[in-house]
Design a protein around this ligand. Sequence first.
Ligand code: ADP
Length: 394
Amino acid sequence: MSQALLILNAGSSSIKFEIFDSDGMQLARRAEGQVAGIGTAPHFTAQDAGGTQLIDTRWEYTPGSGHTTALQQLSAWLDTYLAGDPLLAVGHRVVHGGPQYSAPLRLTPQVLAELEQYIPLAPLHQPHNLAGIRAVFETLPGVPQVGCFDTAFHRSIPPVAEQFALPHEYYAAGLRRYGFHGLSYEYIAQKLPEVAPEIAGGRVVVAHLGNGASMCALHDRRSVASTMGLTALDGLPMGTRCGAIDPGVLLYLQQQRGMSAEQLEDLLYKRSGLLGLSGISNDMRTLQQSDDPRAAQAIDYFVYRIGRELGSLAAALGGLDGLVFTAGIGENSAAIRAAVCRQAAWLGIELDAVANQQGGPRITTAASRASAWVIPTDEELMIARHVLNLLRGV
Ligand code: ADP
């Protein structure tokens, strides 16, 4: 008999979910949906794998009941929708596992309490991820829950790449480079032998270019460096996040402009990046469609920074065998891929313009010394695999 897995990604105002059927170790995507507008005007929608609408409902928000009410609605609907197929487990995307958690694990109230200590390290995501777990404890007691961490895949990073040049006591207290988007990189690492076997065991940089963006250096499919650091703010400029910045800028803004910590957080997380540079939008598609010169400048900065980070990660790897593009921009924008590849010609990348327009998977010429690829990521499937492996003791 088929069993269902519920995969949750709980954010501040939404809970996104996917439902997989599992038959032994086989997984098949069955449905996906979300409760949006948590905390304001909740709106619950779901579609099956063929795109057919399964539910579209709204209810009135009552203060203090956000994630729990959303989970109650979801679980009531699941009861009917699963039609007797048992719910095997709930898998959660959790952004921060700190230095402690380097693998997925079964969630208990005690683990939940320990994960709360990482809230200050990922203030935009961690509290909401944990609210989702708490709501499942209340709503679906008895259903096993598994936490999968965006930091876990990077725990193979060597100490030299994990440090900041601060007094050691800060490292001991947990201030180090954790890296994020780990579930995406782990999925790509598992996919490489199938899609790009000639580079899978080598030196590969993966560019996860979405609304959040980062890059990861893989050596023999293990993470050895990431552009992201203690928080998901470092590295590439993103939709609204600034990426790498001279720390002196922050001191200046505090000391000379009198900005508070809250104002700085708002500036760096929500008003910078592509949005801040362009003054138009955080969305790459919108910027590409705009003829405002500031949109073009924001895109130029994005590509320039990817090129700089690529050079840095190639140095960490001692060379480059392959470059992989993934996530919303990486998978869909031939123009950004072309610009990045042109800039990376010095690393031996020779773009195949036709293959790039067609979306790959290989987008470099046969003669190219290093190859470039487009590989769609699937973080939810990665979580579902982890949940199955953990529950089946694989
Ligand atoms: P998130 O980090 O929210 O998961 P996604 O991976 O969905 O983000 O990526 C969202 C980004 O991808 C947006 O900037 C969007 O404009 C961009 N994007 C999606 N499709 C295209 C496309 N065809 N061309 C250019 N950019 C695209």
